[in-house]
Design a protein around this ligand. Sequence first.
Ligand code: GCV
Length: 736
Amino acid sequence: MIFRPVLTVRCALLAIMAVVSVAQAADALAEDGYQLWLRYTPVAGAARDAAAARATGIVALGDSPVVRAAVAELDSGLTGMLGGARGRSTVVADGSIVLGTPTQSPEVAARAGALRLAAAGAEGFVVQSTRWQGHAVTLIAANRDVGLLYGAFRLLALMQRHEPLTTLDVHDAPHLKLRVLDHWDNPDRSIERGYAGQSIWDFWRLPGYLDPRYTDYARADASVGINGVVFNNVSASSVYLTPRWIAKVAALAAVMRPYGIRVYLSVLFNSSLDLGETKSGDPRDPAVIAWWHAKADEIYRAIPDFGGFLVKADSEGQPGPRDYHLTQAQGANMIAGALAPHGGVLMWRAFIYATQDAQDRVRQAYREFKPLDGQFAPNVLVQIKNGPLDFQPREPVHPLFGAMPRTNEMLEVQLTKEYLGFSTHLVYLGALFSEVLQWDTFAHGAGSTVAHVIDGSLDGHTLTGMAGVSNVGTDRDWAGSIFDQADWYAFGRLAWDPEGDPKQIASDWVRMTFSNDPALVAPVVNMMLRSREAVVDYMTPLGLAHIMATGHHYGPGPWISNLSRPEWNPVYYHHADANGIGFDRTATGSDALADYAPEVARRLADTTADDLKYLLWFHHLRWSDHLVSGRTVWDELTFRYSRGVSTVRGMASSWDSLKSRIDPQRFYETAAFLGEQQAEAQWWRDACIAYFASQSKLPLAAGIAAPEHPLAWYEEQVYRYAPGRSQPDPDHGVAH
Ligand code: GCV
């Protein structure tokens, strides 16, 4: 008898533990990353009470698919965080969330402030604690319904981050007009440079079947202000322009529309010829011009708010105006002319390099585009990659930024980590994007940052934009890993506000994705911020670039010299030999420095500047030259390679220390990937040191460990099935 209660208590405890562990297991299973940063997990304690008092009901003054999307998001978000579904109400009470535009009620302008609403423009919003019909409410005000949607997401984010809600006074508007994700997805659902599964766009089953995932994708985009999606690869198939596929695109557009997202297509420059519908692709041919106009009319009949086209011309085997001895502007303007009557835009990529050109590859686009300034039609944006080469871990900014004041210039960054370890390496790209945006071009003196070039303020443009090559695929977690989601999030935030602080953005993402626990937030943010420098160190320190293996671009390959075009070979970029290393782009070399404003060129010419970030990009130095660090070039190189590996080791141990604060599923995946990253950082370091040592013939400094294997071992590594390769491969390399 005496023991019975104890046994009962024990049994009860065991039962509770079983329930808890089942619940935990279910919870852990649920933490598969699908919900991204929109998890809306329960808020507890004082934060819950504060939020609940300000979320007693949802009152929308108007009605439209966009308003309904905003209300639905508020409803599900509040239900998740505070419990108890609210639905939409018509009665304002204390604690109501009221959504409205001035056309829906004149009272909106009075409450939100006419000036603030004017500043909100077409897509901005005001979230304001105020009184409405005698009640204390939270007003979400905007000029258009899409602003209400963005305001709803902002209010939910504040709640997710447990920020004070008592006297809300938030007003915000996007700095850029086009905030677009470019999917490099092919009609067969493969994704060029995709590392998160197949394409989420199941065109085969469209238009009949609309995967619910499309709506979740649209929600995620809208939550960070992304307002455009290009569905298909820039190395484009013309099939998207056929009537059957236009109907499929129209079905997707209908899903995107309530989330303020316009849809775009990548098109081949000679689509009409490719489809066999004209005899030439010559942009001067009246039949070709008429074809484009008719095609645009057909698309706009199906999709009245269609955004426009994206074109990769004269690049890596794609057709373009050069085929007809015309300029990029002449080619672009012909297609833009077909879009103009419908208000559509043409994003024309500047990523071109010649099939035969002895000139330094990083100068070629500049030389071709710069003289065309002022010649592009008003609805054309020239879309320029962040650097003049190709999405390397670090590049100097593309010299075209600020160099074409009479042209709409749009920035293109890459979220999918083609050259940064795919989706297994933890590299926070918010830091990279922000470095680019804050780069001062000196186009109009100090302060002419890339951010000000692309937001139009520098040269008075209103057609502005930023594109990100998407990292989204069918993987349950969308991006291939939890931390790759942060790059999608950061892209949206920085395209909305290019002045955004990458540290703040990382912190917001961590709090919404993991938790508000300060003991977790600080170390994870720290890890993310260190990660970008780490990858530069263990892959391409000191301004090295393009020294990866052929084809897949994953592992190291600084020794590669056998590809048919010089600029496809890593040896072309590092010029390492017994004397030294680096690409001389000063006046004694290719003179690429001359493409920058004098202030920038002076800084880049200075071999002591910028923490040596761009040193070997612009300078060929002797191995024995001494640097500001006090080390020789050789010692600095091996020091930085080693530093990269130890930073990753530090990131992994920092993650390990957080085990008790993170659900098992996401903890395990990240820990496993960090393990891979450590091994591969070591591989990059060792392979590169082994190769460069074979050139420099110099010994390693004290404390710098020798590579694990001889050089030949690294050269023999083959990766035949690495994901994401292009078809055909622009490197035209041997299959690895
Ligand atoms: C879509 C690099 C990539 C290619 C990509 C190209 C581009 O060369 O390796 O896969 O092609 O850039 O941006 O057009």
